[in-house]
Design a protein around this ligand. Sequence first.
Ligand code: PMP
Length: 352
Amino acid sequence: MNRYWSSVVHTLTPYVPGEQPKQTDLIKLNTNENPYPPSPRALQAMAAEAAESLRLYPDPNAERLKQAIADLHGLTPAQVFVGNGSDEVLAHTFLALLKHESPLLFPDISYSFYPVYCGLYDIAFKQVPLTEGFEIDPDDYRITNGGIIFPNPNAPTGRLLPLTAIRAILDNNRDSVVVVDEAYIDFGGESAIALVNRYPNLLVIQTFSKSRSLAGLRVGFALGNAELIEALERVKNSFNSYPLDRFAINGAVAAIEDRVYFTETCQRVIATREHLTQQLITLGFQVLPSAANFLFVRHPGWDAGELAARLRERSIIVRHFRQPRIDQFLRITIGSDQQTQRLCEALADILE
Ligand code: PMP
């Protein structure tokens, strides 16, 4: 016990992000960053912001960015919320929309930040087991709840839930908010944004960290009915008026405008993912079908922790979760073709 700490601090078990090593010559396949640089237009827009105007606060409502996101998805700015990375958007969502008497539901294997937010905000929750094949079964979400949240594609499995299944979850849960965390949707999934105008209880959250190569900028957003967005704005404006700085607002707008670059880099990541999947299967791995920028794999003959350690000796870092059900899996981010080649050579060498 620390007498200076508030009582809540004693109860917290904070989230531990994947390692960001100081060593720069590592092949870093552990935190699902994009191997390609941000759009040159985004970089240019941010460079232009390194100017005298930094003496002024940014727009507290980031209206340019909200308009750009709304236009991109055929919605109105009142249906858009923006935050400092989707982690911040998620945090506000937990407090604004998911804290109720009945427990919040999320899969037993999903983004490990969810239980951390529940701890921070004192939210009751129930983890719903994925099926044997690590899939979400919509029927498992027909129980009393104060809200539902899941990543789609799921993390760290990469498995995609089709829109028909999401509709089934929404149809069975009209009285609570359903949040779809689409951090990885641009790598081949169908977004639930198409359902936002049909379901007033649906909130879709996305990020610029993965498909737009801007993890370092910290921009995330949520799309939903204007009343859901207003709840998020109330929490945000009780916490930080300026979560997005001038670089973030202008860089993110320019990244959206550069549609060609976005499509090309996503296609490259998808092509590498499909190629790597085949190579890993040839090496004897079991590979879950992935619609994300990572693969979730296991090797029947090798302990996953041991494999991760051996890769690290060869300067390649991947993510291993010491967690029930998945402690024999590795999550491998899709890197460039060259990094992927190095990975396969190292694995072949280790397995020999
Ligand atoms: N949701 C999921 C499922 C994630 O894996 C991540 C990345 N760790 C995030 C949200 C948060 O991403 P960011 O805060 O960079 O937008």
